[in-house]
Design a protein. Structure first.
Length: 322
């Protein structure tokens, strides 16, 4: 795996995060029961020194993924990114000119360190890890994509959220001069998303900076986007410019636009239909078959990551909290 050129010098994490954050990470890791392979490298060492996972290992469960990957060609030309238009080809056609350098991120709300940070400073913890994960769109298609990124919780911990931080809210850039669809009220811009803080701290939640071993294409959310493997794709907010730690559940773009169709949690759930279509199966766009002939497969609860994340929702009625 190639080191992302935009990352700064490798700084030991111990200089950036406090000890309690370190301990919390160890607890999270233990809870995930990753194989010794992953644990051994991570314990008391600077993240910059952690060996990348072997090629082809799905860090979600530590096993080699047997699912065929989506072709880069498909993952980068069949997108949802409404700021650039509402058709699947609009993002790659219209996002090429988006200026992603320099980029800064505002960190606000209930945290000890807040302010405006250069992207390089937000990401200076380590080189990105590769995560081959499924992305399941609410429109019932899915892809298997090798992302490059940092665990979201590791990035958030360096801002030292306080005990009042119960949620994390994210916002996308909203620049009319660069994003043609912002002239239309398609969504209530800027695009917004959010996670409960324990979801955000889960090791599977990723801040992606790249895919397929290279920087993210603009249409896939450069320079920084969220990947929450167990949730519908719309949680994966692109081109993030603001992160806020909040006490209350934040508003999200799709929930504001159609609350009966898009809940805050958006956990992939074959038992809860979209008002206009079933969510029981998905078209898997992967391998060499043309998109039109993509195989239809049953959708799995939590997008196949139930063993890792179901405990986050123990006791919740997932039909109500969709
Ligand atoms: N800012 C922003 N982020 C967004 C969207 C969007 O319209 N705007 N679409 C979402 C939806 S519905 C999906 S399925 C994924 C698609 O990610 P991909 O294009 O990289 O496959 O991005 C999500 N992130
Ligand atoms: Mo989506």
């Amino acid at each position: 795996m190639r080191r992302d050129e935009r990352l700064g010098p490798r700084i030991p994490s111990s200089e950036i995060t406090d000890e309690s954050a370190w301990r919390r990470r160890d607890v999270l890791r233990a809870a995930l029961a990753l194989p010794a392979l992953a644990l051994a490298g991570c314990r008391e060492r600077a993240y910059g020194d952690v060996a990348p996972l072997p090629e082809g290992v799905d860090s979600a469960d530590g096993r080699r993924t047997t699912e065929p990957q989506t072709r880069f060609q498909d993952a980068s030309t069949y997108n949802n990114y409404y700021e650039f238009g509402t058709t699947k080809d609009a993002p790659w056609r219209n996002a090429q000119g988006l200026r992603t350098k320099p980029w800064s991120v505002v960190v606000a709300g209930h945290a000890e360190r807040t302010g405006t940070f250069a992207l390089e400073d937000v990401l200076r913890l380590a080189r990105p890890e590769e995560r081959i994960t499924r992305l399941r769109c609410v429109e019932a298609w899915s892809m298997v994509i090798p992302w490059l990124g940092l665990p979201l919780g590791r990035v958030l911990a360096q801002f030292r959220p306080t005990s009042r931080a119960k949620f994390v809210a994210f916002e996308t850039l909203a620049d009319e001069t660069q994003m043609p669809e912002l002239r239309n009220p398609t969504l209530d811009w800027p695009y917004r998303e959010g996670l409960r803080i324990d979801e955000a701290m889960h090791p599977l939640a990723l801040l992606a900076t790249g895919m397929y071993g290279r920087d993210l294409p603009n249409q896939n959310g450069a320079p920084l986007r969220l990947i929450v493997p167990w949730k519908y794709g719309f949680k994966g907010i692109k081109a993030i410019v603001r992160i806020e730690f909040t006490e209350d559940m934040p508003a999200t773009a799709w929930n504001r636009s159609a609350p009966d169709a898009y809940g805050f949690y958006a956990n992939v759930n074959p038992a809860v239909d979209h008002p206009n279509w079933s969510q029981r199966s998905e078209r898997r766009i992967a391998g060499s078959a043309a998109k039109l002939f993509a195989e239809r497969i049953p959708t799995r609860p939590f997008n196949g990551y139930a063993a890792q994340v179901a405990s986050l929702y123990a006791g919740m009625d997932l039909g109500r909290w969709f």
